[in-house]
Write a protein that binds this ligand. Sequence first.
Ligand SMILES: [Zn+2]
Length: 158
Amino acid sequence: MTPDRELLAGNERFAAAFPHGALDRRPRRGVVVVTCMDARMEPMEILGIDAGDVNVLRNAGAIVTDDVLRSLAVSHALLGTQSAFVIGHTECGLHGATNDDVSGGLGLSTEVDFLPFDDLEESVRSSVRCIEESELLPASFTAAGFVYDVRTGQLRSL
Ligand SMILES: [Zn+2]
């Protein structure tokens, strides 16, 4: 079976015993998790929570971009969230990479900034500051930074 068909078969099994049909769109915990797209990270498992508990925003590097701020603002204004957890992680693909590394992988010469970083903790702290300083969010909306260790499963507060 091709990978695509395997994934669709997986959804058929999931939907056959679907447990989340009565959930409200407002996250029960009032929290937004901002984290990386890394396949080793499953935010719900990492935090011991379930569907309906938090909003999750993911991108390459757990970077707070303009679009992440847009989503945080929507989450706060329409879904009632009050805080964000920014979770970077060890062995991130963007850690120590360069824009040329990504461009080269695409076979392109491009001026796009893929937002690579050299200091993991500073990257997370910078994202936390972006949330704290955003004019889209009220001062009451809080943000905290963490590093997830992909080898131990432990979350470390910054
Ligand atoms: Zn990553």
